[in-house]
Write a protein that binds this ligand. Structure first.
Ligand SMILES: [Ca+2]
Ligand SMILES: [Ca+2]
Ligand SMILES: [Ca+2]
Length: 226
C-alpha cells in the first residue's frame, strides 16, 4: 500500500514535470530564471546568435496584425484577455493548446493576458518557429538533432554548445524537437531578461496618441530630402 502511494507520488511528479516541459531543460540550465546560462553562455546571447531579434525586429505590419487579432478576442474591450475570452471563446487550435498559449503569454501570472503580453508572445513564437523550421532539411515537420546541430554550429561557433542547446530544447529526449516542445523552452529563455513585458513592448511601439514634442517636429524638418 505504502509502496503504491510512493509510486503514484513519483508518477505525479514526473507527469507534473512533463506537463511543464522542464524535465531535461532545467538540468541543462544554470542560474536563476533571470540569468539562465547554457555552458557559460547566457540564453539571451544564444537566441541572438541563432538569429532571434525578438521585439526589436517587430515590423509595423506585424504590430498592426497582432493588435487586430488581440482586439478581436477582447470582447469587453478592457485591453486584456480573460481565460473565458481566449480559451473558452477562442477558435485557434484546441482548448488545450489555447490554455498552453495563454499560460505561456501570461508572463506575470495574474490570470489575464494584456495586449503587451499577447504581442510579445506572438513575436517570440512566430520568430522561434521561423528560425527552427528553417532547419528542417527533410521537411518532415520535426527537427532532428543532426539537422539542428549542423545549422547551429556556425551560428554558435561551438559543436558542444549546439549539442547542449538541442538537448535543452528536446525535453522528452527522443532526438527530435516539435513546435510545442521547443517553444516552451525557447519562450522561457526569451523572457529571461530583467525588463518587464510592458517595458519591452512600449520601447518598440511608442504610443501614437502622444503629441510630438517640439524637437521631434524640428528633427523631422532636418530629414534629408530625396
Ligand atoms: Ca498577465
Ligand atoms: Ca526534419
Ligand atoms: Ca523531443
Amino acid at each position: 500500500m505504502r509502496l503504491g502511494l510512493a509510486i503514484s507520488f513519483v508518477l505525479q511528479c514526473a507527469m507534473g514535470n512533463l506537463l511543464l516541459g522542464e524535465t531535461n531543460a532545467s538540468a541543462q540550465e544554470i542560474g536563476s530564471s533571470k540569468e539562465l546560462k547554457i555552458r557559460d553562455t547566457e540564453v539571451a546571447v544564444i537566441l541572438q546568435r541563432l538569429g532571434a531579434k525578438m521585439e526589436t525586429g517587430l515590423t509595423l505590419e506585424q504590430q498592426l496584425n497582432y493588435t487586430k487579432v488581440f482586439r478581436r478576442f477582447d470582447r469587453d474591450g478592457d485591453l486584456r484577455h480573460s481565460k473565458e475570452e481566449y480559451i473558452k471563446n477562442g477558435r485557434y487550435l484546441t482548448p488545450q493548446s489555447r490554455l498552453g498559449i495563454f499560460n505561456a503569454s501570461d508572463a506575470d501570472k495574474d490570470g489575464f493576458v494584456t495586449q503587451a503580453e499577447y504581442i510579445l508572445n506572438r513575436i517570440i513564437t512566430d520568430e522561434a518557429k521561423s528560425i527552427i523550421q528553417d532547419m528542417d532539411d527533410d521537411n518532415d515537420g520535426k527537427i532532428q538533432a543532426g539537422e539542428f546541430i549542423e545549422h547551429a554550429i556556425p551560428k554558435l561557433n561551438s559543436e558542444t554548445l549546439a549539442r547542449d542547446v538541442f538537448a535543452a530544447l528536446d525535453t522528452n529526449r527522443d532526438g527530435e524537437i516539435v513546435v510545442p516542445e521547443y517553444l516552451r523552452v525557447w519562450g522561457r529563455w526569451a523572457r529571461a531578461g530583467k525588463m518587464s513585458v510592458q517595458e519591452r513592448i512600449e520601447k518598440v511601439t511608442p504610443s501614437t496618441d502622444k503629441k510630438p514634442r517640439p524637437d521631434d517636429e524640428e528633427s523631422r524638418h532636418e530629414l534629408p530630402q530625396p
